[in-house]
Design a protein around this ligand. Sequence first.
Ligand SMILES: NC(=O)c1ccc[n+]([C@@H]2O[C@H](COP(=O)([O-])OP(=O)(O)OC[C@H]3O[C@@H](n4cnc5c(N)ncnc54)[C@H](O)[C@@H]3O)[C@@H](O)[C@H]2O)c1
Length: 413
Amino acid sequence: MNAQNSRTLAIIGQGYVGLPLAMAACDAGWSVIGIDNSESKVAQISSGASPVEDISDIQLQIALASGAYRVSTDFSAVAQASVITVCVPTPLDKKREPDLSLLRSAVKAVAPFIAHETLVISESTSYPGTLRDVIIPIVDSLKSNDALTIYFASAPERVNPGDLIWNQKNTPRLVGAIDPISQSKALAFYQSICDVPVSVSSPEIAEAAKLLENTFRLVNIALINEFTKLCSVTGINVHEVIDSASTKPYGFMPFRPGVGVGGHCIPVDPLYLTWWARQNGHTAKFIEAADFINHEMPKYVGERALSMVAASINKPKVLILGVAYKPGVGDVRETPASELREYLETQGAEVAWFDPLVTNWGGTEPVDLQWECDVAILTIEQPGIRIELLVERGVQILDCTNSIKNLTGVTLL
Ligand SMILES: NC(=O)c1ccc[n+]([C@@H]2O[C@H](COP(=O)([O-])OP(=O)(O)OC[C@H]3O[C@@H](n4cnc5c(N)ncnc54)[C@H](O)[C@@H]3O)[C@@H](O)[C@H]2O)c1
């Protein structure tokens, strides 16, 4: 059987997006080759230890043992695939602008091995035009002479790690391809693994929609963070206000305040949009303001926490509870807890941390909940933080989550 007739899927990048996709495709009867350039990641996955929370070791081990899934650093394996999905990171560079170097290097690595009539899909998040202006030219310049026709589509992943309801299968998937044949092939692929593929008219629509979705979250979180500061100075409980506004059955959607925004999507993707705006002669003022407001939050939270410590204490001891960027995951990428820690340290505080899902954070190790501190900051509602152990000891707690009810010594953000 040649590659275009095989039901073999190659996925480039085996992280939070690529590995769940691999498992979903195995469940749908695909033979899956996971390809990653990290030897340690490949060794870990091969040993049956899942690197992401949404995939259990057992699920991974079953897929490996069945032979439906294998993982490799060998990019030439894509030659066996009829569909190739690219799921590599698209971070920001030092100037906080799109860094497509990993995407480019992944596409360069697979391009010479892509077989004739293979469908290549980008699931990575990026600005409109990435498929057409970045990925396709690389493939065209490096593909083999035998690969006369290659199909291309963009289908940005929407997975929300740690979400118990919405997953890779039941979340509708935008699919936009460069021509009608690519579109029908891409839709057929997603119909096999996803309940609701949504056909859009171009890759640029799919790419732009993904950025809009995450920018929508960024600006609404910024609005609530700004509103929280206002409520705080006037003694109004912001959560009660949000709950009250949420009783309106239409036109309002609740967002909650916090230490800032973290992870590899919400703080990053909107800056792909602001960069794209600049390339097109515009300034996305509203998004830039939202980014600025969210980045002020760690300092604001730090100030609030330090204001709870007696002025006579020169070097306050501050315990950060929860350093992952959101509850239910151990992922610390772009976590706003980093800016919080930095701020507290610049103010002379001794800072320690605890997070049941994180064992190492920027080269530092956690303390336990018995650590003597002057104030604790609950940053996220991370499962497994036994807050009552601190309350019993009379520790002052700044609760950024509104999850601690009716306990003494707790101040709400
Ligand atoms: N994680 C999410 O919640 C989420 C949700 C939707 C979309 N996305 C987007 O999906 C893409 C992937 O994100 P992720 O969270 O899965 O990243 P990740 O860091 O969890 O995984 C990416 C994997 O790609 C590998 N990799 C990096 N460069 C490579 C290369 N050149 N060749 C082969 N492998 C390479 C890494 O070793 C890593 O294992 C990004 O564009 C991201 O914005 C992520």
